[in-house]
Design a protein around this ligand. Structure first.
Ligand code: ZN
Length: 501
């Protein structure tokens, strides 16, 4: 049985290593020894998302002078700690970047890609390798992040985006790409569809020590999608992995199935229709927004002829609007169900009742009108955890009114206003929004299945249904309780022979 240690690495005499020299350099890396007979020591370092759910950034040592970075995400919410934002810790690249030969991006969510500007500022010169849809989405996401965190000066933003575009290297799904090939070793990577958002991938990484002829496969899950995610095919487990670095966001939960959650979504909307209130849906611009639009189109389509069919759906987020447009351009990556709807003349992301709100003045006028209207409207606005963005204006105006409803469809991290509303709202509590104490009288609903993350069963299936199961699993991207529960579920399914750390 292999042993796993997260202690600082020391190469020991007699060990077959992916490395041969450079012992001092690996001192900061955790060490994972794989293989009973064919040993290889993996050196892995986490610059985020080891103990929390945000800031994904994993560094893998390839040889004595080179390393590979998987994701470079922003730390958010409670993971950031008290005054971290003020001190700039959120954006920190506190590791040398000169030895990084490539950044592989699993997907474009900000907690996986948001530190790229600071990686470039730190002097990173290598490529940003990602799937084709991710390459289309990334500049839009980074432009938004850059404007918010650095500057709104057009020339600077344009210059920066040109730099990002120059670094992008598209790797088609299911295609090997060799990163390193020397007399001693070969390293190659492959992306597979992860079903989380368009463009999302899990990364297979083969490490071959040519001298010892030992070869190991590492799989970095990134964020894995749930089956029945609108627009996306469900992720398939890999053929094999020796080491699996697995996300654990929903490691302690099971989602509602698609039929249940659709019925609940419909019930929430019908109740709001009776109340004459607004349904506010805080949603992430990328992925969740498009999924919920897809589902709303379906519900409104099925109720053709009823008063529900004419309810307006207001997308009040310029970023989500732009992303939705790109999603429409990326139809070749939609799943079969979505494509068959298109073939039947439906327009899941561009239906008649869908209206986009872009300008800030329009947004303010809309909030004003809706808070008095007494008529049902469905509003989708960011940010997904209510930490900022246009949803905050709506919440400030409408949380105190019991006619309205806040519907959460995504994960609410500890320390975010979204989590507080979810937790204290049903007891008639309050929340602080932009420093203002706001009483919660509106109805609070949560529907779990639109999480875009696999639940416990999905995560276990991903690990256990491989043809050749991993001998070691490293859990990342989860709160401690989720990790403990997932670890137990993995042991129950796979037996005690797998080392889980
Ligand atoms: Zn994600």
């Amino acid at each position: 049985m292999s042993k796993i240690s997260v202690q600082p690495s020391r190469i020991q005499a007699g060990e077959t290593n992916v490395l041969t020299k450079g012992e001092a350099m690996v001192a900061d890396y955790g060490r994972i020894a794989l293989g009973a007979k064919e040993k290889m020591v993996i050196h892995l370092r986490h610059h985020g998302a080891r103990d929390g759910v945000t800031g994904s950034c994993h560094q893998l040592l390839l040889d004595e002078r080179k390393s590979l970075l998987i994701d470079c995400g922003l730390v958010q919410g409670a993971d950031a700690g008290g005054n971290a934002a003020a001190e700039g810790d959120l954006f920190k690249i506190d590791f040398p970047v000169a030895d990084i030969v490539a950044l592989v991006l699993t997907h474009v969510h900000i907690d996986h890609a948001g530190r790229i500007p600071w990686l470039l500022a730190a002097g990173y010169k290598g490529p940003i390798i990602c799937s084709e849809p991710s390459a289309a989405l990334l500049p839009i996401v980074l432009e938004d992040a850059f404007r918010l965190a650095v500057t709104r000066r057009r020339d600077v933003v344009a210059n920066y985006l040109r730099m990002v575009r120059e670094r992008l290297v598209v790797l088609p799904y299911n295609t090997f790409h060799t990163l390193l090939d020397t007399g001693e070793r070969q390293v190659r990577i492959r992306l597979q569809r992860a079903g989380h958002i368009l463009g999302s991938a899990y990364v297979e990484c083969d490490l071959v020590n040519k001298k010892t002829r030992v070869s190991k496969r590492l799989v970095f899950s990134g964020d894995l999608g749930a089956p029945w995610t609108p627009l996306l095919p469900a992720p398939r487990p890999p053929w094999r992995a020796d080491l699996l670095v697995l996300e654990s966001t929903y490691g302690d939960r099971l989602h509602e199935n698609r039929r249940q959650r659709r019925l609940r979504l419909q019930a929430v909307i019908e109740q709001a229709l009776r109340n004459g209130g607004i349904v506010l849906i805080p949603a992430f611009s990328i992925g969740r927004t498009q999924e919920i639009l897809y589902e709303l189109e379906d519900i409104l389509h099925r109720r053709k002829g009823s008063s529900l069919a004419d309810v307006p759906v207001l997308l009040d987020s310029p970023l989500a609007g732009r992303i939705t447009e790109v999603y429409r351009d990326l139809k070749p990556w939609w799943d079969k169900e979505a494509l068959s709807k298109l073939a039947r003349g439906r327009r899941p992301l561009a239906f008649a009742g869908l209206h986009r709100v872009d300008g800030h003045e329009d947004h303010l006028r809309l909030v004003d009108a809706l808070s008095h209207s007494g008529r049902l409207a469905l509003v989708v606005a960011g940010s997904g955890m209510c930490t900022g963005g246009r949803i905050v204006t709506y919440l400030q105006r409408m949380l105190g009114d019991p006619r309205h409803c806040v519907l959460f469809i995504g994960y609410q991290a500890a320390g975010t206003p979204g989590r507080d509303i979810q937790r204290y709202g049903p007891q008639g509590g309050y929340v602080y929004l932009d420093g203002e104490k706001v009483a919660i009288r509106a109805r609070i609903e949560t529907i779990g299945g639109y999480s875009a993350h696999a639940d416990q069963a999905g995560l276990v299936r991903f690990a256990a249904r491989m043809r050749h199961q991993p001998e070691a699993i490293r859990l990342v991207h989860g709160e401690p309780t989720a990790k403990v529960a997932l670890r137990q579920a993995l042991v129950d399914e796979m037996g005690p022979g797998v080392d889980i750390s």
